[in-house]
Design a protein around this ligand. Sequence first.
Ligand SMILES: Nc1ncnc2c1ncn2[C@@H]1O[C@H](COP(=O)(O)OP(=O)(O)OP(=O)(O)O)[C@@H](O)[C@H]1O
Ligand SMILES: [Mg+2]
Length: 495
Amino acid sequence: MCIQSGAWGIILKDESLFGKLLKRSVVFKSLKFRIFIIVLLVGVIPVSVMRSLLLRSYESRAVNQRITDITNQCNILCGRLFEAGFLDDTSDELINDELSLLSNLYDGRVLIIDDDFRIIKDTYEMSAGRTMVSKEVVAIFNGSSNMDRYDDENGYVEVTVPVTDASGTVHGAMVASGSTDYIRTNRDNLNHRAWIVEITVGIFVLVIAYALSSTLLLPFDKVKRAIGSAKEGYIAELKRVDVPDYTETGEIMDAFYQMLDQVREADEAREEFVANVSHELKTPLASMKVLSDSIRNEENVPVEMYREFMNDIADEVDRENQIITDLLKIVRLEKKTEKFEPEPADLDVLLSETVKMVEPLAKKRGIGLTYEKLQDVTADVDSLKLSQALLNIVENAVKYNKDFGWVKLTLDKDIQFAIITVSDSGIGIPEDSVARIFDRFYRADKSHSNEITGNGLGLAISRSTILLHKGSVRVESKEGEGSTFTVRIPLIYER
Ligand SMILES: Nc1ncnc2c1ncn2[C@@H]1O[C@H](COP(=O)(O)OP(=O)(O)OP(=O)(O)O)[C@@H](O)[C@H]1O
Ligand SMILES: [Mg+2]
């Protein structure tokens, strides 16, 4: 594989490495894995920290105890040593025995140093006569009461104490070392036991972590299965599966079924639309077929009849054409493929022209058509599209009116919107149809529909156009009394 990206030309040559990284990130993203790791860490880290703290505290307390013991012993011996004049003559057997005892007792070595920094006694008999100027010895001669150090690596403690006379004057120093091997051995034993405890706890926590991460996520598996079965099944037949184990899973399922309902509605609307389109397109064709058959099967048909039938056929062709044109218009509007360029326009001009176009139709039926501008209104609109949308609403107000009725148009605005109302004294819309009149092919009153021509597409186009302007259209109607359509168009079109 070789992916080259932009100017940097990042090249990923190693597919397996890329694949591995991707897979790993999927594992990291898994909630189950995260819960597992968190439980594991929460269980194991405290045990591990406690083990190391305990060991450290044991070690430091044991070392301090060892230093205190040796220091006490050395202090006692130093007093006796000075009184016995050991600094001048190291032959005193009793003192030598006690020094040997001390050195054996602590499994270490004792050195006595005089005020010339000369080692006058070494229980190992190795360094007698040599000079020793260690940091600790110098500190003792400078007045420190005692010095000690712990050599962890070699496993011993070393204590340096002064040899003083009764007045406290330092005449020499005693350096005693003691092995700390037993501390190390004890620490290792403890550590070993702590490890066993830690591993046992670790295994226990591991099992708990696995069980917990699996059981905690069981409801989510249920959610996954429910959604999975929805994916495979036929939407209309799906039964609701609730997962109320957690509030969250309940909410996810609620949201999912709400979305499913929307899909179901869209699916039904699509099916209905296809059925309507087929039906509506077939109707003019069926009429044409009847008309043409009736002339074809007749002999000696007079020319006038031919002409009349051909006119009817031409009307049906026009109707078919109109349906197809309207359908294409709706599709383009809804898919937003039509060019839409709103520009500031005087809506008074737009409405006056619309009224002029409908006037002849109104006049024919003695319907009084009035228009009133309540305020000057300029708004960002696509004049051609909006005037077509309003034309259909005004045309409907005349079409679905009683003879000698009235239609009233007003133009107004508020801070945000241009407000256009179209009221009529017409037949009104039955209550159960009001919500559907903007649906494609929907015609409210079937009895009137036969007398009044139309395809039921006008309002669908009007609504799509108004929505394209980010406006809204609302209708209030009372059967037998009339209807009022209110259109709101934003004064400023915000992209
Ligand atoms: N002002 C009105 N008064 C009463 N009914 C109305 C009014 N306007 C619309 N309707 C009802 O709503 C239906 C849909 O209107 P629409 O304009 O979409 O279709 P149409 O007028 O039947 O056909 P087309 O406009 O496509 O030629 C109409 O058939 C009618 O039943
Ligand atoms: Mg119409």
